[in-house]
Ligand binder design. Structure first.
Ligand code: ADP
Ligand code: MN
Ligand code: MN
Ligand code: MN
Length: 368
């Protein structure tokens, strides 16, 4: 038997409804030093009505690869809050940015820099929609639901699949979808992916910085739901070698001008700018993305920029409907499933709308 302790949901339910004597629990969530998530909870005297009412907090950054032991306090500054689908009631999830003791953003706080770009370009009303792909593994480290010591049949029936043997872990995905909607996260859809036990959810369209906020919180909710099922979530862009699809975070983008009649000219201008910064973008589009962007499995080669209408083998795809209408949005297919969305949306606005003094997303990504 496995030593993994699954959550005992029916037992927990006995306690979940207990009144809290007017107190509210706030679970603070932040990005750690390994591009993962950490959280801790605290009690508030009442439900905050705005984010400014939430106290700054701190944690031991030496335990999360975010600070040296001799100067380990890292500060948590709340930036967004959501209804807590796990504790319900007035309880909340709080997304927090991390700051060092000298007041500078922590090395993994890329939200601070991206916010400056969005603030400078707020009149352009840039929207994003990110398609988060991910893969489920069981507690033994095998792909969830795959035959022990073997493989399922080749890819084909699984994408948007229906029926036993063609779809895996739908219960996990349903729970995640509902929990996100309850939280107030703008999940726009879900679908089973090409590789069995690989799934996708989409968040968006979201304005500017809220894209990164809600994608991170949707990931948090997924990790929590997966705990209940004893399932592991992998955001690795190529979890399995061989003839199995990788996992990406296709990033759909539009400015107000692109969404307006005649916007195709703005889309083309953006693609022209993107073509000149291909390698800079690849540099912030996730680790191990070279294993995924091979030119096979609906990807373009990592070394070459390309674009096309309705072409899923390109770096950038213009959807057929957008090409027909003459306005809308475009899809950047390059980002990997393990991106920090603040880096990706940040470099996108930097390239498409223009740089801002004192911010450079390429060096931001490399900051230690
Ligand atoms: P695909 O056909 O590539 O699988 P999906 O339907 O999975 O596309 O995802 C499309 C994403 O694009 C969704 O998150 C959606 O909200 C987003 N989107 C739609 N319109 C826009 C827009 N004008 N600007 C930015 N994102 C958009
Ligand atoms: Mn999709
Ligand atoms: Mn997909
Ligand atoms: Mn896509």
């Amino acid at each position: 038997m496995s030593s993994t302790v699954l959550s005992q949901a029916p037992i927990l339910a006995k306690y979940s409804d207990l009144p809290q004597n007017g107190k509210v629990i706030a679970e603070y969530v932040w990005i750690d030093g390994t591009n993962g998530l950490r959280t801790k909870g605290r009690t508030l005297d009442k439900k905050p009505t705005s984010i400014d009412e939430l106290p700054e907090w701190n944690f031991d950054g030496s335990s999360t690869e975010q600070a040296p032991g001799h100067d380990s306090d890292i500060y948590l500054r709340p930036v967004a809050m959501y209804a807590d689908p796990f504790r319900r009631g007035d309880n909340i999830l709080v997304l927090a940015e991390t700051y060092n003791s000298d007041g500078t953003p922590n090395k993994k706080n890329h939200r601070a820099a991206a916010s400056k770009l969005f603030e400078a370009h707020k009149d352009e009303e840039i929207w994003f929609g990110i398609e988060q792909e991910y893969t489920l593994f069981d507690q033994y480290g095998d792909v969830y639901g795959w035959p022990k010591g073997g493989f399922p049949g080749p890819q084909g029936p699984y994408y948007c699949g229906v029926g036993t043997g063609k779809v895996y872990a739908r219960d996990v995905i349903e729970a995640h979808y509902k929990a996100c909607l309850y939280a107030g996260i703008n999940v726009s859809g879900i679908n089973a992916e090409v590789m069995p036990s690989q799934w996708e959810f989409q968040v968006g369209p979201n304005l500017g910085i809220s894209m990164g906020d809600e994608l991170w919180m949707a990931r948090y909710v997924l990790e929590r739901v997966a705990e209940d099922f004893g399932v592991k979530v992998s955001f690795h862009p190529k979890p399995l070698q061989g003839d199995w699809n990788g996992a990406g975070c296709h990033t759909n983008v539009s400015t107000k001008a692109m969404r307006t009649k005649g916007g195709m000219a703005d889309i083309e201008a953006a693609i022209e700018k993107l073509s000149k910064r291909h390698l800079e973008h690849i540099g912030v589009y996730g680790e191990d993305n070279d294993k995924r962007l091979t030119g096979k499995h609906e990807t373009a080669s990592i070394s070459q920029f390309s674009y096309g209408v309705a072409n899923r083998g390109c770096s950038i795809r213009i959807p057929r409907s957008v090409s027909k209408d003459g306005y809308g949005y475009f899809e950047d297919r390059r980002p990997a499933s393990n991106i920090d969305p603040y880096l990706v949306t940040g470099i996108m606005v930097e390239t498409v709308c223009g740089p801002v003094d004192g911010v450079d997303m390429v060096s931001e990504a490399a900051r230690e």
